[in-house]
Each structure stands twice: as structure tokens, then as C-alpha cells.
Design a protein around this ligand. Structure first.
Ligand code: PMP
Length: 435
């Protein structure tokens, strides 16, 4: 007898971010196209979270699939130290062209976490190479999440996810984060307090700090928490003045999610280092890029190896991933794409406004919409989260509330009808006895 997927999974698979003892069984998915996933039992689910924020143009997009297949028959992989290849060189040039100002030196790695690790290592060694060995500390925001590897967890202690690993962390000072929402009349006071905390941190430890890391405009994992662009600009101006580099983690916000190609462009502020992944390949393959200013790169040049960035992965700049990314960028730069962002944003605004009163702290930025369920508890492990997740699944929606925070971040191919149907179902879940 051939074992089925669930039997094999139950016996041998360890799932991410899952308490297997209490979680429902995973849903075996057989195939996917556009915004729709089809399960092995034939049930269909509308993917409203772009499968952990990666899928941009839709699942199994034929243009990206064809580019990967073509590349697989030509050059599937080659060591990236001492060798290069056209897909990587072209992708680096293309990213440099799309990113603002002089963000033009690209270091490839494998996923969002490693893109962040590379950024942290660049910031630290940049200071060292310039003779500023004292700059070993980092600044980050409460609620910031940057990945699950050790450095990224250290930078993301403010997300509250990683208590079990605390003995591994290095010193990061966590700053208050003035999250805001529609109709928030305390935003200015929160921003003033947060900026005062930035100034105090720089006053006390600025000369020992090499970088600040932030998710620009939207903190993803801690609950789609948004800030105003003016706050971000004010923070960057202050850290720059203290000789501290600004790292933007655009692993989630990159490639159009905020209704602009990058959140930094939307906020009109350019970091010194930017981390990209998730949507980079359109969501087909793991690949990431840490991109920095030419001036930062130049600090690593010299006659000796100890000035070089000592980092690399077996699959650095994998040609399949780079070809997928080039094909995804072609789609991203097509005239229809910003039209889709605008239409998704318009539906978010219209339909969020109509939700029942239990939906509080409503907020929208580009293709991202979020609200909190009133009385649903707070934090990632709020009991309402799994109940909502199950209710949405029952309605044929793939949604994964972050505790009491319900959000949507669909692939750009989602149709207006599909998105309206999703809001109809969310409305009926909010009106149900579940709350
Ligand atoms: N940074 C941000 C802002 C993220 O949202 C994530 C993943 N959710 C990461 C880093 C880590 O990316 P990965 O899961 O690909 O390692």
C-alpha cells in the first residue's frame, strides 16, 4: 500500500512555527495556480497571505516556471567564489537600477534570515575596517522581526518570539515603536516619545553603535504594525548624524507590497543597507540579496583577506533563483502591476470600512490590510488566532492571523471578485458565534 501524504508527514516531518501537539493536521496541497491552492481532497483555498508573503504574481506562473526550466537545462548551479554567471550579474545590475540612489553593490544569499545576517556582519565589519572597533552594538525596534537564525533573532528580540534562545543573543538596544492605524489621534505623541528614545540611545551609546535595523513602514510578523513615513525619515536622519548605518529589512515590504516597488521609495528615505528576499523570485525559489552603497563596499577592499566579508553559502546566487528573479522583475515592471496594487488597495479600503465593529485598529498600506479583533487577547499566541485560522480555512481562505491581528496580503493576480468574496467570508466569520 502506498502511504498517503498525511501519514508520512505525521511520522517524519517537523513543521515550522508549529506546536505539533495542539495544531490541527496540515492540509496537503496538490497544486496551485494564480491565487488558488488545490488540496489533495479537491478542496480549494484562496491564498490571501501569498504563502508566507512570497508569491507575487500568482502560483505556478508560466513565465517564471519557463525561465526556471530553461535555466535548469543550461546551468543549474556553479560555485560563486571565483566564478560568476549571467543570471547573477544581470540580476545584480537590475536590482541596482531599481533601488534608490547608490544602493548598488549586491551580496546574494538564501533567505530573509541570511540576508539579515549578512547586513549585520557588513555593518559591524564596516566599522572595524574603518578603524572604529568600538562600534559593536545595534539598535532595533520593539516588535521588529528579522528571521530565525541567531543574529537575526538577536536583532529581533523585540518581537518577543525567542525567549528560549536568549542565552545566544548579542547586545541590541530595543527602541519604542510608534505603531499607528486609521483614526489614531495619539500618533504624534507616540512618535515624539519614540524619537526622544532614539536620541537618548544615540547620546548614550551612539559612538559604540554600528547600525540600526528596521522593517520600514510595516512590521510584519509582530502584527502588520505600521508607522508613518515621516517617523522613519526622522529616525534615519538622527542615526546618520551619529555615524550609525541604517539597515532596512525589506524582506516582507519589498517588491510592491506597500504599493510602491520598495517601502524606502514610498517613504522617500534611502538606507545604507537593504535586505531583500521572499518576493525576489516571485515566490518560486529561496534567494535573497543584501544591497549596500558603493562606499560601504569600498571599506572592505584592501590587500589582506581579513578586510574581506567572510560569508558565503553553497548556493550563493543560485542560477535558477536568479533566472526566476529576472522573470519576476519583468512581470513586476509590466504596466498592469501597479494597476493591480491600486485596485487591491482600493478594495481593502472600501471593504475594511464595512467590517463589523469587532474589527478595530484598521489599517491599509498598498496591498496590505490589517485589523485587530476586539477582545481577542494580544500577542502571537492569543487563543483567538487558531480559532480564526480554522474558521477561515472552513470558508476556503488561507489566512493566518498573527494572534488577534487579521491581515491580508494577496498575490497581485487576485481578481476583484476573489478579494470581495474573501471580505464577505471574513465579515461572516466576525459576525459568527466564534467571537
Ligand atoms: N525579515 C522579515 C521582515 C521577515 O518578515 C522575515 C520572514 N517572515 C524574515 C526577515 C526572515 O525571512 P526567512 O523566513 O526567509 O528567513
Amino acid at each position: 500500500m502506498v502511504d498517503n501524504t498525511l501519514d508520512l508527514d505525521r511520522r517524519h516531518v517537523w513543521h515550522p512555527f508549529t506546536q505539533a501537539k495542539t495544531a490541527p493536521l496540515p492540509v496537503p496541497i496538490r497544486s496551485a495556480v494564480g491565487a488558488v491552492l488545490t488540496a489533495e481532497d479537491g478542496r480549494q483555498y484562496l491564498d490571501l497571505i501569498s504563502s508566507w508573503w512570497v508569491t507575487l504574481h500568482g502560483h505556478a506562473h508560466p513565465v517564471i516556471a519557463a525561465a526556471i526550466a530553461d535555466q535548469a537545462r543550461t546551468l543549474e548551479q556553479v560555485i560563486f567564489a571565483g566564478f560568476t554567471h549571467a543570471p547573477a550579474a544581470r540580476l545584480a545590475a537590475r536590482l541596482a537600477h531599481l533601488l534608490p540612489e547608490d544602493l548598488e553593490r549586491v551580496f546574494f544569499s538564501d533567505d530573509g534570515s541570511t540576508a539579515v545576517e549578512v547586513a549585520l556582519k557588513i555593518a559591524l565589519q564596516h566599522a572595524r575596517n574603518k578603524g572604529e572597533e568600538r562600534r559593536t552594538r545595534f539598535l532595533a525596534f520593539a516588535g521588529g522581526y528579522h528571521g530565525d537564525t541567531v543574529g537575526a533573532m538577536s536583532a529581533g528580540t523585540g518581537s518577543g518570539f525567542f525567549e528560549a534562545y536568549r542565552p545566544l543573543f548579542f547586545d541590541v538596544r530595543t527602541l519604542p515603536y510608534p505603531a499607528t492605524w486609521d483614526g489614531d489621534d495619539e500618533v504624534e505623541a507616540k512618535e515624539r516619545a519614540a524619537l526622544a528614545a532614539v536620541e537618548a540611545a544615540l547620546e548614550e551609546q551612539g559612538a559604540e553603535t554600528c547600525a540600526l535595523i528596521a522593517e520600514p513602514l510595516v512590521q510584519g510578523a509582530s502584527g502588520m504594525r505600521m508607522v508613518r513615513p515621516e517617523f522613519l525619515r526622522a529616525v534615519v536622519a538622527r542615526v546618520r548624524a551619529a555615524g550609525v548605518l541604517a539597515i532596512f529589512d525589506e524582506v516582507m515590504t519589498g517588491f510592491g507590497r506597500t504599493g510602491a516597488l520598495f517601502a524606502c521609495g514610498k517613504a522617500a528615505v534611502t538606507p545604507d543597507i537593504i535586505c531583500l528576499s521572499k518576493g525576489l523570485t516571485g515566490g518560486f525559489l529561496p534567494l535573497s540579496a543584501t544591497v549596500t552603497r558603493e562606499g560601504v563596499y569600498e571599506a572592505f577592499l584592501g590587500e589582506t583577506f581579513d578586510r574581506a566579508l567572510v560569508h558565503g553559502h553553497s548556493f550563493t546566487a543560485n542560477p535558477l533563483g536568479c533566472r526566476a528573479a529576472l522573470a519576476s522583475l519583468d512581470l513586476l515592471e509590466a504596466p498592469e502591476t501597479p494597476v493591480a496594487w491600486t485596485s487591491i488597495e482600493a478594495i481593502h479600503r472600501q471593504r475594511l470600512a464595512d467590517l463589523p465593529a469587532a474589527a478595530v485598529r484598521r489599517r491599509v498600506l498598498g496591498t496590505i490590510a490589517a485589523f485587530e479583533v476586539d477582545g481577542g487577547g494580544e500577542g502571537y499566541d492569543a487563543a483567538i488566532g487558531p480559532r480564526l485560522r480554522a474558521a477561515f480555512l472552513e470558508q476556503g481562505l488561507l489566512m493566518r492571523p498573527l494572534g488577534n491581528v487579521v491581515y491580508m496580503m494577496p498575490p497581485y493576480c487576485i481578481t476583484e471578485n476573489q478579494l470581495h468574496r474573501a471580505y464577505d467570508s471574513v465579515g461572516s466569520v466576525l459576525r459568527s458565534s466564534l467571537l
